[in-house]
Ligand binder design. Structure first.
Ligand code: G4P
Length: 282
């Protein structure tokens, strides 16, 4: 088992989200571009019924661009307005505004026909932990520091950030929970470091990662560490430990240290642009 889960958090998160969703027009959902299936929670579809949907594939700078493009198409076919982004780069986020307008075009048109003009679109960010929600809000809304304050009766206790004439953003993101029932989802979330490492067995995880990467991105380990990829996974990890001098007293390989090094190299993008799942083989 790679993780533990506390249902209490889930119940509270769901309740808060249900309340917040009542106030908004468009849901901006963030997923991790390296695993756009595993970092997405399907429950949001029920919670968000009837709302416009924007899906941002964040951390696209770390993912395999060709695979991200396939995911974009996959989700567009399901009715989402999508964009691949890097939330740490403010200038890349300009396009998000246009996407929000596009996603809400029908609603704006409906309002206009009913004589409602200039009512801002209200948006909210949602996503599972660590997909970049806070980073996105800071980068995207950083300039628009004018908060609108509370509006009694409608948005009690909520802070809205006015992004421009047309859009207001709820300043706190909705936190979704991952689909933990699925073991392979848990494993992939553990690969990217979204599950606290104290809860994990790093060596086991690194061995699983080796199995994945040599199948999907052959030669990556050879190019990075100069090791043979063909042996059993423990032998490959041991070889990485040798090369990178992860040694204990007596020059024995410190396997746990080698595991940490490998996982950190992947998580920090040093192994290159890697996607952990593809739409045709979730
Ligand atoms: P959350 O609110 O959804 O939980 O996520 P948060 O914004 O805290 O982001 C989690 C981590 O992901 C942060 O790194 C953040 O810098 C990083 N991040 C967010 N968006 C992107 C992106 O588009 N590309 C890349 N490469 N990284 C992104 P951290 O390790 O917690 O901190 P630090 O690395 O910034 O020091």
């Amino acid at each position: 088992m790679y993780f533990q889960w506390y249902p209490g958090h889930m119940t509270k998160a769901r309740r808060t989200m249900q309340e917040d969703i009542k106030l908004i027009d468009v849901i901006i959902e963030l997923v991790d571009a390296r695993l756009p299936y595993s970092s997405k929670n399907p429950d949001i579809d029920t919670l968000a019924a009837g709302k416009s949907r924007v899906l941002l594939l964040n951390k696209a700078d770390m993912a395999d661009a060709a695979v991200t493009e396939k995911w974009k198409r996959y989700y567009e076919e399901q009715g989402y307005f999508t964009l691949a982004v890097n939330a740490t780069k403010k200038n890349e986020l300009k396009a998000v505004n246009q996407l929000i307008q596009k996603a809400c075009r029908e609603k704006i048109e409906r309002d206009r026909k009913r004589g409602i003009l200039n009512r801002p679109i209200r948006a909210m960010i949602v996503g599972i932990p660590n997909v970049g929600k806070s980073t996105f809000i800071n980068s995207f809304a950083g300039r628009a520091c004018a908060k609108t304050g509370n509006r009694p009766g409608v948005t009690r206790g909520k802070q809205w950030i006015r992004l421009n004439k047309q859009v207001e953003l709820l300043d706190t993101p909705g936190i979704l929970w991952p689909k933990f029932e699925d073991q392979s989802v848990g494993l992939r979330l553990a690969f990217i470091g979204s599950i606290k490492d104290e809860l994990l067995q790093r060596t086991e995880l690194a061995l699983d990662f080796i199995a994945f990467i040599r199948e999907q991105y052959a030669e990556t380990l050879t190019n990075m560490y100069g090791v043979e990829e063909t042996g059993e996974e423990p032998a490959v990890l041991e070889a990485i430990g040798q090369v990178r001098k992860c040694l204990k007293k007596g020059n024995e390989v410190d396997v746990e240290k080698a595991a940490s090094l490998l996982l950190d190299d992947f998580r920090n993008g040093r192994l290159g642009h890697i996607s952990l799942e593809r739409p045709d083989e979730k």
